[in-house]
Design a protein around this ligand. Structure first.
Ligand SMILES: Nc1ncnc2c1ncn2[C@@H]1O[C@H](COP(=O)(O)OP(=O)(O)OP(=O)(O)O)[C@@H](O)[C@H]1O
Ligand SMILES: [Mg+2]
Length: 180
């Protein structure tokens, strides 16, 4: 079983490949309902209705090489296996919204994994793009905006190891506070 943060990495990578200048990642936990919603929203090139249908089918790929695109089918499966749901909403030239709802009390629920490391990796490897990461637990939330960090860093590259580590620690510490 893989960790959900790896699925998030895959799906956010799709957004970057689709030319998104802004990608939003939402991880929203409801402890009473025992649900976890993961949303990845972008302003990339979008998909047609037919594409949206096809990319959810694990045996379909637009690639001419042998590699079959599995990012979306695996994420969909991970959500549905828990008794949750999965939805893609997309519009050509506008963007794409991927929503996966997980039932956290299912025995098939995979842990989130190291989301702080995942987000800091995505942000630092795509300096020219903007990311908003929102983590919420019941009524509390924490919002991380890469644009704010870039302003503070004032030209220091996001790919500097010390910056990557700082972002990771910052996200981790703020996430811990959501559980206090
Ligand atoms: N956010 C998005 N915006 C536009 N097109 C998308 C988006 N996400 C996925 N797609 C389209 O759906 C296809 C399938 O995505 P999927 O992640 O399942 O596989 P992949 O990216 O092709 O391969 P991989 O297994 O490496 O992820 C992509 O190749 C792309 O054409
Ligand atoms: Mg992919």
């Amino acid at each position: 079983m893989r960790e959900l943060s790896l699925n998030i990495l895959d799906i956010a990578q799709n957004s970057i490949s689709a030319g998104a200048s802004l990608t939003e990642i939402l991880v929203k936990e409801n402890t009473a309902e025992k649900t976890l919603l993961i949303g990845i929203y972008d302003n990339g090139k979008g998909m047609s209705e037919e594409q949206v249908k096809n990319v959810q089918d694990p045996f379909f790929t637009t690639r001419t090489t042998r590699k079959v695109g599995m990012g979306i089918p695996l994420f969909k499966l991970a959500a549905e296996q828990t008794g949750g749901s999965f939805k893609i909403t997309s519009e050509l030239g506008v963007g794409t919204r991927v929503d996966a709802l997980f039932k956290t009390d299912s025995i098939d629920f995979t842990p989130l994994g190291d989301i702080a490391a995942t987000v800091s990796t995505i942000v630092s490897m795509n300096e020219d793009k903007d990311f908003v990461y929102t983590r919420s637990v019941d009524e509390k939330d924490f919002v991380f905006k890469s644009a704010d960090i870039k302003k503070i860093l004032d030209g220091v590259p996001l790919s500097e190891p010390s910056v990557i580590n700082w972002i990771e620690d910052y996200i981790r510490e703020n996430t811990e506070q959501l559980f206090d």
